[in-house]
Design a protein around this ligand. Structure first.
Ligand SMILES: [Zn+2]
Length: 737
């Protein structure tokens, strides 16, 4: 058994090596690659052209118009039919803006068939050049458009939509789906977006009834990086892309790269930092899927009846898949076979106890060490500059506990009972997963089935084979785990090792004496890593902290905030030089109605007018209250927001369109972007009488010169960066109409 253990550990190493190699990105195809192939070098030139001098492409900005012109010119040169769809859009994200989508199409050989929709967004967040997000997607679609023209004409019409206003609330995609005639002619779709500057292109989301789509990915995509687990996880997160909108009219798949999130939605999202290998991978995936769907015989509605699949790639070489409804059956078969084998071998003993006694204390150690490191400030943000020390401390402390306990207990159990304990536990986890989260079930079902089959072979093989199967599946996820989730669930850093450690249990009883010293070595490594984790700088110029300055003036006061909150998480406490610049914080409050509380200092009010409301009609009759009003910034700010207090139902229309207010702390909000100087007309309608109260907010980019806000901006250290909307000036005033 010593040989079996050595072979297993060597194979674990090989699997990890393969995972690192295979979950990189493909080599970019050169500029002179065949025209019907995807060349990242050609696409990179388009990406550079799109980004230009790096000005934001946020909805309504000059950079947005410039980026759009680049896309239109490229498509015209390729011979696609191009138009710009300009309209006003309001979505359930509580935002409204005028948007301009670039809509192009290439008629298929059988134009009467339902077509294929390709989407990527060309806008960026206000503070970012958007080279990766979603310059990668735009460059991917444009090079795909070139390859589709150069290759054999697709059977179905292909429609490429470069959406506007994605970052402002999926506005462009919504406008296309709602209003554009071509939206009614597409039934299949591919979206490509980016949540970082590098990493493989992962197929992380599909529409419902995905068995036929996964089959296409398996058959046509050369380097598939995808598992149904991504989809299980993503479904439970609040994130959105244009695909959330387009999948309501078409079936399809969504690709994104998730590594390099330190650059995402910051000024660091530049061409220089955007990986051309990622571009090649996106391109290979999107072109393959576009061709597969455009040439398909399938009627998607019939195919959807086949239901969902459970799937996973093996080292990005191919995709294993089965219908989701088989999962529970497969899990039960695996578990029953292992139990049956255990009964025949009379291997009850205390194997299951060893599994629980090693895995559970190991997992608890990971939780405790993770919480302690967080409390000590080892990772003040989800992603930091030097994460390895903290991850290593969590990982090795858990491994030390698990191995220590397992070695102690394994001496008193027979190898066959340890085998039984391990694989009965894995089998039970498979049944549980198949029942609760089928997309994750393959992780446990496949190794259990391998164990069940190998059980009748020599015992050494019965031990090694399922352990290696488990490593192949688990380590594929471990490679990208930190990039994907950061420190959101810190103890996860130990999970892959803890799971794999359980598969070694049957080989432990006659482990060499050297192995018995390993837990101590692990523990020492963990302590050293923990000390290092506390000592290393948390942020650097390459992986900066996120810190915006907000100058906010209400009717009775003015404040300067240093805001390090991003969505539901906080990116460390405000940098000391910025706090010094505002004269130290005096309190904590939400800088904007939609952000978490951050620190502020009181400052003198400026002589600037608050945004104005001009009532055009007020009607309080028949149990309803209806208001028409023109909202305007009196200082040229082009973003407005209406914040409605909670507790009263109010319907909002902007320039005649319904906008669904988005819930924010203490009420709900409608944001209006790219507002012209003459303002916008809104309607408020409540199913009860009495004036409607709201707070009107205007917002402009940048902070006023000569104020403490400007001093805070100047004091921002090199290891911090503005992010998302960047530094802003906000004026608020309450109204009642
Ligand atoms: Zn994006």
């Amino acid at each position: 058994m010593r040989r079996a253990l050595a072979i297993t550990l060597a194979l674990f190493g090989l699997v990890l090596f393969l995972a690192f190699i295979r979950y990189g990105t493909p080599a970019p195809a050169p500029e002179d690659a065949p025209r019907d192939r995807f060349s990242a070098m050609r696409a990179a030139a388009v990406q550079e052209n799109l980004v230009g001098d790096g000005a934001t492409r946020f909805v309504g900005t000059p950079g947005n118009a410039r980026g759009r012109a680049v896309i239109v010119a490229e498509l015209k040169e390729l011979g696609w039919t191009v138009e710009t769809q300009t309209t006003r859009s309001c979505t359930y994200h509580g935002t409204c803006a005028p948007v301009a989508n670039v809509v192009a199409h290439l008629p298929g050989r059988e134009p009467a068939l339902p077509g294929v929709l390709l989407t990527a967004h060309y806008d960026s967040v206000p503070v970012s050049p958007g080279a990766s997000d979603d310059g990668l997607g735009v460059a991917t679609l444009l090079e795909t458009a070139r390859a589709l023209v150069a290759g054999p004409r697709p059977r179905r019409t292909v429609v490429a939509v470069f959406t506007d206003g994605e970052e402002a609330g999926l506005l462009g995609a919504d406008a296309f789906v709602r209003e554009h005639p071509l939206a009614g002619k597409v039934r299949m779709t591919v979206n490509v977006d980016s949540r970082g500057s590098h990493g493989p292109s992962q197929m992380f989301e599909t529409s419902r009834g995905n068995a036929w789509l996964v089959a296409f990915v398996a058959e046509r995509v050369e380097r598939p990086v995808t598992t149904s687990l991504f989809y299980e996880v993503y479904r439970r997160m609040p994130n959105d892309t244009d695909f959330s909108v387009t999948k309501t009219i078409a079936s399809g798949v969504n690709f994104a790269n998730t590594a390099g999130i330190e650059h995402y939605h910051t000024p660091l999202d530049t061409v220089a930092l955007s990986d051309v290998g990622t571009l090649q991978h996106h391109g290979d995936n999107v072109l393959a899927m576009a061709r597969a769907l455009a040439d398909s015989e399938l009627a998607p509605t019939a195919s959807e009846a086949q239901g969902d699949a459970v799937w996973f790639d093996v080292f990005a070489l191919g995709v294993v898949r089965w219908p989701e409804r088989w999962s529970l059956l497969l899990a039960l078969v695996g578990l029953s076979l292992v139990v049956g084998h255990t009964i025949r071998a009379r291997a009850w003993d205390r194997g299951l106890a060893v599994f629980l006694a090693s895995f559970v204390p190991g997992a608890l150690t990971a939780v405790v060490v993770g919480l302690a490191l967080r409390a000590c400030g080892a990772f003040p943000a989800l992603w930091i500059a030097h994460p390895r020390a903290a991850l290593s401390a969590i990982h090795w402390s858990a491994a030390a506990t698990a191995l220590g306990v397992a070695l102690g207990l394994a001496r008193r159990a027979s190898p066959r009972s340890l085998w039984a304990g391990t694989w009965i536990a894995w089998g039970a986890l498979g049944v549980l997963a198949a029942w609760l989260a089928p997309g994750a079930s393959y992780l446990f079902v496949v190794p259990t089935l391998v164990a069940a089959i190998a059980a009748s072979l020599p015992f050494a093989i019965a031990c090694v084979a399922p352990a290696v199967a488990a490593a192949t599946l688990v380590l594929a996820l471990a490679v990208g785990l930190y990039e994907a989730l950061g420190f959101a669930v810190a103890p996860l850093a130990a999970l892959p090792t803890l799971l794999l450690a359980t598969t070694l249990a049957p080989m432990l009883p006659d482990a060499p004496p050297a192995l018995r010293r390993l837990p101590v070595a692990f523990a020492i490594t963990a302590v050293g890593s923990a000390i290092l984790a506390l000592a290393v700088p948390k942020f650097t110029a390459e992986v900066p902290q996120r810190a915006n300055v907000v100058f906010r003036q209400d009717d009775d006061r003015a404040r300067v905030f240093v805001d390090t909150t991003w969505g539901p998480s906080t990116w460390g406490s405000a940098p000391a030089p910025m706090l010094d610049a505002i004269g130290g914080p005096v309190g904590e409050d939400a800088a904007l109605p939609w952000t978490l509380p951050s620190v502020f200092a009181e400052v003198p009010r400026l002589d600037v007018k608050a945004p104005s409301v001009e009532a055009l009609a007020v009607d309080d009759a028949g149990g309803r209250h209806h208001v028409r009003a023109r909202l305007r910034s009196q200082r040229g700010a082009d973003t407005l927001a209406i914040v409605l207090p909670g507790g009263r139902h109010v319907e909002v229309k902007v320039e005649g369109r319904f906008a669904v207010p988005r819930a924010v702390p203490g009420g709900s909000l409608v944001g209006l972007f790219a507002v012209p100087p003459e303002g916008v007309v809104i309607e408020l309608d409540a199913p009860s009488t009495g004036p409607i109260a709201f707070t009107l907010v205007d917002r402009s980019f940048g902070v006023p010169d000569g104020t403490k806000a400007a001093a805070a901006v100047a004091a921002r250290p090199a290891a911090a960066t503005p992010f998302q909307d960047g530094d802003v000036t906000v004026m608020t005033t309450p109204h009642s109409l």
